[in-house]
Every structure is written in C-alpha cells, then in structure tokens.
Design a protein around this ligand. Structure first.
Ligand code: ISL
Ligand code: CA
Length: 528
C-alpha cells in the first residue's frame, strides 16, 4: 500500500534515556538493539529516533555538529547500521529526526559557509524559545546571527539554494542507507519573512512560522528527495492550524505525509507562555481534537499524540498518576488510538510512566528549564513557584530514563544516569509488561485492533455529549460499521446511556458498567 503509514503505529525513542549498554549513564544504540524484541512484541511498526548525530549537546542532539556522524556517546556508524538491519529484520521501520532549521554553531558550515546562516546588522526584539534574544552578535562580521533556539543553534538560511542542495544531499545519503523516513524538526519555521521586524512582546512567530516560501521549499524537497523513496514523513509544526496542515499534508500537494499539531498541547496554558499554567477544560480538548479530525478528514492526515520528549507525561497531565494511574493511562490511550490518524507512543507511555519532582534545580538538565529558572529567579519569582511550573511542564518529565526493572536506576544503567531516574521505578517498570492487565498489554491490543480494523483508519468521526465536562465520547462510522468510544476523564463515576453492540475493548472488567462509567473508565462498542 502506498499509504502504509496510515495503518502504522510509531514509537518514539529518546536514545539518551532509553537504555545504557555500557554503564556510562547515557543511553546508546546498542541499548536500543537490546530492547528491539520488547518493541517488536508491543506491535509498533515504526521506530522514530530522536537525533543520534554528532552534537555538543547544548540541546541534547537537536544541535547537530555533523549530519554524517553518530554521536560518540551513542556508538558508531557500525552500531547504527546493525540497528537498522535488526529493525528491518523484525519488519519494523526506522525514522530519523531531521533537524535542518538550524545546526550547531560547531558545525563546519558555520565557519566555512557563513552564507548558509541568517545575518543582520540590527537585531529585532524577538525572544528565543529558550530565553534571551534570538540574535547573537559576532565580532568578526560585526553582525548578528539569528537563533530561534539557543545561541548554539544558529538558524539556516533556506533562501540559499546551495544550502538547500546540501540538505537534500544529506537526506539522500541517509535514505540510500535504507532509513524509512524523517520526522522534521520545526520544519514550518525554515522560511523567514525577509523584512524581519520588531514584534509585540518580542513574539516574532508570525514572521517565521509557516513563512512565505515554506511550501515552495517542501515541494522542492519532495520532488528532489522524498518522492524518490517509499518513506514516511512527519513535520513538527507549532503554530499551525488545520487549514495550514491541509496545505502541508494533502496528497496532491506533494509535501509531507502528516504534521504534528500543538494546539491540544497548549490548552492547559493561560497565555502564549507555556509556563503560565491553567487547568485543562475537557470541553476545549474535545472541541479541538474534533476540529482536527474533521479538518483533515479526506483532505490530509493527522498524527495522534499525547506525549513526546518536549511534553510532560500524559498520565500526570490529563489523567491521575496516583490512585487511578493504570486506569487513566489506559483510558487516555483508548481515547487517542480510536481516532483517525497515525498514533505516536513516546517511550515509557506504554508503562504509564509519570512526571517527576526533583527538589533541586541542579537535578534538572534541560536547557529550556534551566534558562527559565534563571530568568524567573532574576525577575524575583520564588524558587517554589518556579518549581511548580517545572513539575507541571518541564521537558525533563519526559526525559527521565526508561524504567526497565526494580534494579537500581530502574535497570537503565549500571552507572550514574545523566538525568536522575524517577524514584517511583520500583513500582512502575517494564517487568510488568507481560501481565495481562498491564498498560503495555493494553497498548498492544490497541495497536493490533488498528491493524485489523479498517474502520479505525477510514471511519468518519463524530463527537457525542459535547457539553459534558468529564466524558469524551465519539463515534467512528464506515460503511455499515460503527465504533462508539466512551472515556471518563474524571475520578467520579458518571451515568450515561451506553449504546448497543458488543464491547470491543475496555479498561474495566466487561459488563461492569451498564449505564455507569467508572472513574477513568474507557469502553468501546462495535456494531456491524
Ligand atoms: O518544547 C517546546 C516548548 O517547551 C517547544 O517550543 C519546542 O521547542 C518546539 O516544539 C520545537 O521543538 C523541537 O525543536 C527544538 C528542540 O529543543 C525540541 O526538542 C524539538 O522537539 C529545537 O531543535
Ligand atoms: Ca552508554
């Protein structure tokens, strides 16, 4: 099938935190190889690796120094080739992270090809995603270079055809090796408005998100590279609406297969700032996901996710990571996996891994968190108030090492982990994955159902009980078939009128809940 990725489930690996094979405290490629059977048994079709390229790790590999070299801590190119071969031997596919909005300032291009970057005599007032200005002064040129992220991540100048060709050549090199596609980091930011100017509150995003030439570049990339291979592509694209998403993903436009929306990830923030916390209103979430389900139906393709390496853990965020951890983790999985699109599972999600709370800022490693802490302390915010924000939203919530067992450090490493393991590893770890009631086994069932039931891929989506603040319910219909999905997002029982049909899957014992949804219950009916 040309659109094979429409029936696939993707598993994201953050290599630094997945499995350490040699005791240096850093996850590595040989560690991933050791765990391939665990992933294969789960049933996922595609593995997406966060960046494994040579990098000084200012932003954990999202600052690439050499696109043609594997990061020393992660292993060698021979290790990578072996991984690719072993992934393929298990009938899975391997997708690479493609970070080409920026490089590391230590990339040879930054010295040898300054015209690959963006320079101005005068800075604008834009604020970087990681704090401070987006402009860094460089004495030799007496000019400023643009960096939307850290100052060690200078933005590439896509206006320059030589740069574009160098990127395409590099992509072809990996594809010729046999990798099966790319997840493209902030790909909707590669085209900047040429007359960059000051913006209200220093938010320049309207001048670099979905910019004037982004579709021209992606069509060119598709023509010269993507269309030559049988691969899957997903663009990371913050600040993108369903209409723009259709432009990126409609098949006839020949750009990308799908994108990541961020709209549902921003519903629990009170302003444009991610640290400005607000409780989620479930009605907002329902209406937002409904908008995306309808917006891309037959006109594009959705990716479905609750988690990635930049987001807090979903069971702590929209579920209950204490009394109802197992139930709510399964409920959240159900809610997402019956929608239309390609689902993404982030490592540890299948175990119901939770957010973490370290007392000391020194225990945090993420550049975004560390810079934010510093800036807010300088602005007079108390330690406790800042930690509350970090506990809710910090990216290290997702990055604590995988919890494989009850051994010290969760079996992730025999050494000292680069980021502390969540102290709850004795209770939450992959030893449980074979239990028939485990979250892992539940995910495995969901993945299997998607493979076997075309209605999950093709069916129309309709939201039910729109006004209910606690229940997320919807139907999928296709030909004569119908799925009805009920999810209780609260710790209280809810009485609802449940439909006829046979129970396909649920997170409570069957027949438990005629007309009553238990706390965090999920139940799915199927009718032919
Ligand atoms: O993580 C975010 C907010 O906490 C986002 O703003 C994030 O920075 C944005 O989605 C872009 O993310 C991607 O590019 C960054 C990198 O740090 C992220 O890890 C990556 O997913 C720069 O390469
Ligand atoms: Ca290691």
């Amino acid at each position: 099938m040309a659109d094979w990725w429409k029936k696939s489930t993707v598993y994201q690996i953050y290599p630094r935190s997945f499995m350490d094979s040699n005791g240096d405290g850093i996850g590595d490629i040989r560690g991933i190889i050791q765990k391939l059977d665990y992933l294969h048994e789960l049933g996922v079709d595609i593995l997406w690796l966060s960046p494994v390229y040579d990098s000084p790790n200012d932003d954990n590999g999202y600052d690439i120094r050499d696109y043609y070299k594997i990061m020393n801590e992660f292993g060698t190119m021979a290790d990578f080739d072996e991984l690719l071969e072993k992934v393929h031997a298990r009938d899975m596919k391997l997708v690479m992270d493609l970070v080409v909005n920026h490089t590391s300032d230590e990339h040879a291009w930054f010295k040898d090809h300054p015209n690959f970057y963006i320079w101005r005599d005068q800075p604008t007032n834009w604020r970087s995603f990681f704090g401070g200005s987006t402009w860094q002064y460089q004495k030799e040129r007496n000019q400023y270079y643009l960096h939307l992220f850290s100052k060690k991540q200078p933005d590439l100048n896509w206006e320059n055809p030589e740069l574009r060709n160098a990127v395409y050549e590099m992509m072809r090199w990996w594809l010729d090796k046999g990798v099966d596609g790319f997840r493209m980091d902030v790909i909707n930011m590669i085209s900047k408005n040429p007359d960059m100017k000051d913006a209200p509150n220093g938010d320049g995003s309207s001048q670099f998100m979905n910019g004037p030439n982004v579709h021209t570049y992606l069509k060119e990339m598709n023509k010269h590279v993507l269309s030559q291979y049988n691969i899957v592509t997903v663009g990371e694209s913050p600040g993108t609406t369903p209409k723009e998403a259709r432009d990126y993903t409609a098949a006839q436009n020949q750009e990308l297969n799908m994108i990541f929306t961020f709209e549902h990830m921003d519903l629990d923030q009170a302003s444009g700032e991610k640290w400005d916390l607000k409780p989620l209103d479930l009605i907002d979430l329902k209406e937002n996901l409904e908008k995306w389900q309808h917006g891309l139906h037959n006109e594009g393709w959705n990716s479905l996710y609750w988690n990635n390496h930049d987001q807090p853990r979903i069971v702590s965020r929209f579920g209950d990571d204490q009394d109802w951890r197992v139930e709510s983790a399964k409920m959240l999985a159900t809610c997402l996996h019956f929608m239309q699109g390609t689902p993404y599972i982030y490592q540890g999600e299948e175990l119901g891994m939770t957010n973490v709370r370290f007392d000391l800022i020194e225990d945090y490693q993420d550049i975004e968190t560390v810079n934010m802490y510093q800036e807010k302390r300088e602005a007079g915010v108390s330690h406790d108030d800042i930690m509350t924000k970090i506990y809710a939203k910090g990216r290290d919530n997702a990055r604590t090492p995988m919890q494989w067992s009850a051994e010290p450090n969760g079996g992730f490493t025999t050494g000292t982990p680069w980021l502390k393991v969540n102290p709850n590893y004795k209770d939450i770890n992959a030893l449980q994955h074979k239990d028939s009631d485990s979250i892992y086994q539940y995910y495995k069932k969901l993945i299997g159902l998607r493979k076997n039931m075309d209605i999950i891929t093709h069916g129309d989506f309709e939201l039910l009980h729109r006004e209910d603040p606690d229940v997320f319910a919807y139907t999928r219909t296709w030909n004569d078939e119908k799925l009805t999905v009920y999810c209780n997002f609260s710790s209280q029982p809810k009485s609802v009128t449940l439909p006829e049909g046979k129970i396909l899957i649920g997170n409570y014992a069957p027949n438990n809940s005629k007309g009553l949804l238990q706390p965090y219950e999920a139940i799915v009916y199927y009718k032919q």
